[in-house]
Design a protein around this ligand. Structure first.
Ligand code: GUN
Length: 292
């Protein structure tokens, strides 16, 4: 079997961002203001700080307004809910993202439910999750949206494909499964209790791995020619002492000898998440403007 085609998430994310920037310019010309994205970061989680910095930079590069609220880890639930309520009322803000995880003691579910669903650019609010489940227009979670866009970059129609989604999380596995169902795939959601997991994955024309276990999916689990989308980002020990590296949920070197197409880690799904967040922010701005 020849080496799999590499799905270049970095390049595809660049084209998404360019499309968004063009849409932002059109929106701003009509509305007299750019779309606004508010990001709320509570506490000092280092990974979250990196994400938030990257989001802010790319928001501005796309021509949008970035509003950052950095709150101490001691912030109370009430203070956080008050901030969300103020952002809901602010007409110049189209998207609200509360960075997860929240520090211990804060109830993420209650905070997400407090966000106006029309501004929920993460697509985590139960109203958006419910709309996705019934096939109604909704704001769709960014990583799932990016994952499906990458699959469609290989094969414009996914109709009739056997798709196996590994992982049943609310933020990745379940929404990916909903999106693939909407693309007319035959969808299986596998998880930690699934029996004969390797055999289940071997049936798949399309595999989406989102379990957070470094290199769990081996090359001999992959059906020859399958499309493999690896959502995992796991930091593990590197070859040299004291050094670390990022690996996915799929053993890339093995799988890329069998698959038809595969996403690398890093440079696959990762760059798509922020690109899709910018896209959702533009979508939210356009939909809010239409409703007025
Ligand atoms: N933490 C890591 N990724 C994300 C994301 O996409 N959205 C939010 N809100 N928090 C995150």
């Amino acid at each position: 079997m020849a080496e799999a085609r590499l799905i270049d998430g970095k390049r595809i994310a660049e084209t998404v961002r360019a499309d968004v920037a063009a849409g932002v310019a059109r929106f701003a010309a009509r509305a007299g203001r750019p779309p606004g994205l508010a990001v709320v970061l509570v506490g000092e989680d280092p990974a979250s700080q990196v994400y938030v910095r990257s989001k802010g930079k790319q928001t501005v590069e796309a021509g949008m307004r970035s509003i950052e609220h950095k709150l101490p880890a001691t912030t109370s639930q009430r203070e956080l809910l008050d901030l969300v309520a103020a952002l809901n009322r602010d007409d110049a803000i189209d998207g609200i993202l509360v960075q997860l995880p929240l520090p211990p003691g804060l109830d993420a579910g209650a905070v997400i439910e407090a966000i106006d669903p029309a501004k929920d650019v993460d697509g985590f609010h139960p109203v958006n999750a419910g709309r996705l489940a019934i096939g109604a227009p909704s704001l769709v979670p960014c990583t799932p949206l990016g994952s499906v866009m990458l699959a469609k970059s290989v094969s414009a129609s996914l109709a009739g494909m056997e798709a196996v989604v590994l992982g049943r999380s609310t933020i990745v596995g379940k929404p990916v499964a909903q999106l693939l169902l909407a693309e007319d795939c035959t969808v299986t959601i596998a998880h930690s209790k699934t029996r004969h997991l390797a055999d289940v994955v071997r049936r798949a024309d399309l595999v989406v791995a989102a379990v957070g276990r470094p290199e769990m999916v081996r090359g001999d689990w992959i059906k020859p020619g399958a499309v493999v989308i690896d959502v995992g980002i796991n930091r593990v020990a590197g070859a040299e002492p004291g050094k670390t590296k990022l690996v996915g949920d799929v053993a890339f070197d093995e799988a890329s000898r069998i698959a038809g197409a595969i996403t690398p880690v890093p440079g696959g799904v990762g760059p798509m998440t922020i690109a899709c967040l910018l896209r959702n922010t533009l979508t939210a701005a356009e939909q809010r403007a239409e409703r007025r």
